[in-house]
Design a protein around this ligand. Structure first.
Ligand code: ADP
Ligand code: MG
Ligand code: ZN
Length: 649
């Protein structure tokens, strides 16, 4: 490989060494506990204290001369040898003039002091240091010791404050690591006690029947753990709830706790991020210890993506705190045995960014996906939140449910609350249809989510686009089965039509990739066929991105092209192409990639053109139900003379 010539040398940053560990390598986590900081901090404090003391006397060096009597001091005084004479208690000091030298730019002062103790029978007045003509200053101090103390006090105070500050900081960080009485700071997790707090049950969660069914098992386990253990069943450990914000993830987790009557510890991932280094991990330890003490119990980690993002492969980096917190969670979860009746539930709206270590068996290996509510579910949620509010007779709930497509449960709750406020402002006795409709605008604007308000045209376009993917996928032999088609907007990236792999594949065939490319273009092709080439939208951008990625990999990495043959043209995942290729090769690659994409587009166009009537029928149905399962989708193909792809070609 030819050396890379940087275009702009300043922008080159040194590459961090990448250490690749085998997947199941035991990684020793070096924990940062308060103890780690103890010695460095204490030494700094000591040096600082000494320095403070030293700087109190300036850079003056004092030599004491004790081999001297009272008479000598008196005669020295009379001869004017002293700058000052200090009498304090029964001590008498004659301080000579100081001598300064400049050494390396600093004044070094030397002073010598004669001192002696007064004999018991001699009083101060007897010494004869009271010559008014003598310019020597004579100071009589009452208590030398006390005086020294007062002089010393400021620096002593500062030192004490510093030490106390350090102790305070350490105790704040103090988690299990200290293992001593300093461990008085508890995890900030909020605990809901089923006996004290308002209990949420599944009845409070409207709709979401599938999700509730998924969680039913967890409730049963928490209620009767013995039943499962006797059968040797593995206990569910971590449940990841994935869904857009406000869809009731927290509500469902609390309902699981409420249904099973166990304590519920809740903490948010974003809280960990703001902590000092080492605090997050200590918090996690405390949280798990507390949950174990209250077992059976539930730990709920909200916004787990804040700490559980994919870890950077390099060492160091700026996310040490996050990684330590994440590592601590993993360590705690791995430490559970089958006797620990603690279930960890976590919520995120970005499952795609999570570190794969979190999703391994024994960790968050169960996933409950929560989608935006469908029409039917929106009606039920509106019903829940309508309770206790007076509505006028003109309110048409069907209509409201229909136009609130894309609203989450939280937004529906918010909507009815806003309309009640509006009614209050107008001093109306009841909430009218008009008030609710006005509030819809308010909720939409407040959320700055344009997708919330879908026009009828957008809905139809989305339905035809999604059915486009599904129909092309259905007609081609090497694609995965359709799992769900939905016109509800989804948070984060990804297509709305999901294809489920039928079985785990280790290798992917060229045929499968070819079919997948056509499936990806199904959406854009449908837009073009049903609306015309001038009305195609940006809705296909992520489909196009994924298709291009696949086609490039097919040509450049997988050796799927006969002419370019089985040679690697993109050796590094960070560089999408080799730098040492000839211009001809480069051109050929571009042609081949475009060829694959064009063929896929043509294939999708044929399939959709031929099945146009069926396509529209399914899209019309989808507009009504908003979400369609595989079974519901397949019904359209029963007894219908649909045209398989081979014939369409
Ligand atoms: P998430 O955790 O997914 O962001 P929450 O559980 O915090 O959402 O939901 C916020 C609020 O929205 C709930 O307290 C509830 O009032 C309302 N809500 C959401 N989903 C539902 C639902 N399915 N049924 C009833 N209310 C819901
Ligand atoms: Mg929540
Ligand atoms: Zn699409």
């Amino acid at each position: 490989m030819a050396p890379k010539i940087p275009k702009n040398p300043k922008k080159i940053t040194p590459k961090k060494p990448i250490i690749r560990l085998p997947k199941d390598a035991q990684v020793k986590i070096i924990e940062i506990t308060p103890r780690t900081f103890l010695y460095p901090i204490l030494s700094v404090a000591l040096i600082w204290a000494l320095y403070t003391l030293y700087s109190q006397s300036g850079s003056e060096t004092i030599t004491y001369n004790d081999n001297i009597g009272v008479n000598e001091i008196r005669s020295n005084y009379q001869s004017g040898f002293y700058e000052e004479v200090i009498i304090s208690g029964n001590q008498i000091q004659g301080r000579k003039q100081s001598i300064s030298n400049i050494v390396w730019g600093k004044a070094l002062t030397k002073r010598s002091i004669d001192r002696t103790t007064l004999p018991a029978n001699v009083s101060i007045t007897d010494i004869g240091l009271s010559n008014p003509a003598n310019p020597t200053k004579v100071t009589i101090e009452n208590n030398n010791l006390a005086n020294a103390f007062w002089e010393f006090l400021p620096s002593l105070g500062l030192t004490l404050i510093t030490i106390m500050g350090i102790i305070f900081l350490m105790s704040r960080m103090g988690g299990g690591g200290m293992g001593n009485p300093m461990q008085f700071i508890k995890s900030r997790a909020k605990m809901y006690d089923p006996e004290l707090d308002e209990v949420v049950t599944f009845a409070d969660v409207a709709g979401s029947d599938e999700e509730k069914a998924d969680l039913e098992e967890v409730v049963d386990f928490l209620k009767n753990p013995a039943k499962y253990k006797d059968l040797g069943a593995k206990i569910p450990r971590g449940i990841l709830m994935v869904g857009p914000p406000g869809t009731g993830k927290t509500l469902l987790a609390r309902a699981v706790a409420g249904e099973s009557g166990v304590p519920f510890f809740s903490i948010s991932g974003s809280e960990f991020v703001e902590m000092f280094v080492g605090v997050g991990a200590a918090r996690v330890r405390d949280l798990f210890r507390e949950a174990r003490e209250h077992a059976p119990s539930i730990i709920f980690i909200d916004e787990i993506d804040a700490i559980g993002k994919k870890r950077s492969p390099g060492i160091g980096g700026g996310h040490d705190e996050r990684e330590q917190t994440l590592n601590q969670i993993l360590t705690e979860m791995d430490g559970f045995d089958n006797e620990t009746n603690v279930i960890i539930m976590a919520a995120t709206n970005r499952a795609d960014v999570l570190d794969s270590a979190l999703l391994r068996p024994g960790r968050f290996d169960r996933k409950v996906t929560i989608n935006l509510p469908t029409l039917e579910d929106r009606k039920k949620i509106l019903e829940v939140h309508a309770k206790g509010k007076p509505f006028a007779d003109d309110v048409r709930w069907d209509r409201i449910a229909a136009i609130t497509i894309g609203f989450s449960g939280a937004e529906l709750g918010n909507l009815l609350n806003e309309s009640a406020i509006l009614a209050g402002k107008k001093s109306a006795k009841s909430i009218t249809q008009e008030m609710i409709q006005k509030s819809i605008e308010k909720v939409v604007m407040g959320n700055e989510k344009k997708s919330l308000r879908m026009t009828d045209h957008e809905k139809r376009l989305t339905a035809l686009h999604e059915v486009g993917h599904a129909i092309v996928g259905k007609m081609l032999p090497h694609t995965d089965a359709v799992h769900k088609i939905s016109i509800l907007p989804r948070g984060g990236a990804g297509w709305v039509t999901w294809f489920l792999p039928e079985k785990d594949r280790t290798y992917t065939s060229k045929a499968k990739y070819l079919d997948e490319l056509a499936t990806l273009y199904g959406g854009r092709v449908a837009e073009e066929i049903f609306f015309g080439s001038e009305y195609i939208t940006t809705g296909a951008s992520s489909d196009i991105e994924r298709a291009t990625e696949i086609a490039r990999a097919m040509v450049m990495r997988y050796g799927f092209d006969a002419e370019l043959w089985a040679e690697n043209y993109a050796p590094d995942y960070t560089e999408w192409q080799r730098k040492d290729m000839s211009n001809d090769t480069r051109k050929l690659i571009d042609e081949k990639v475009r060829g694959l994409l064009q063929d896929a587009y043509t294939l999708a166009t044929r399939i959709i053109t031929v099945n146009r009537v069926l396509h529209e029928q399914i899209a019309d149905a989808l507009l009504i139900v908003e979400e369609m399962t595989q079974e519901e989708f397949d019904v359209f193909f029963d007894g219908v003379a649909w045209v398989p792809a081979k014939i369409a070609m």
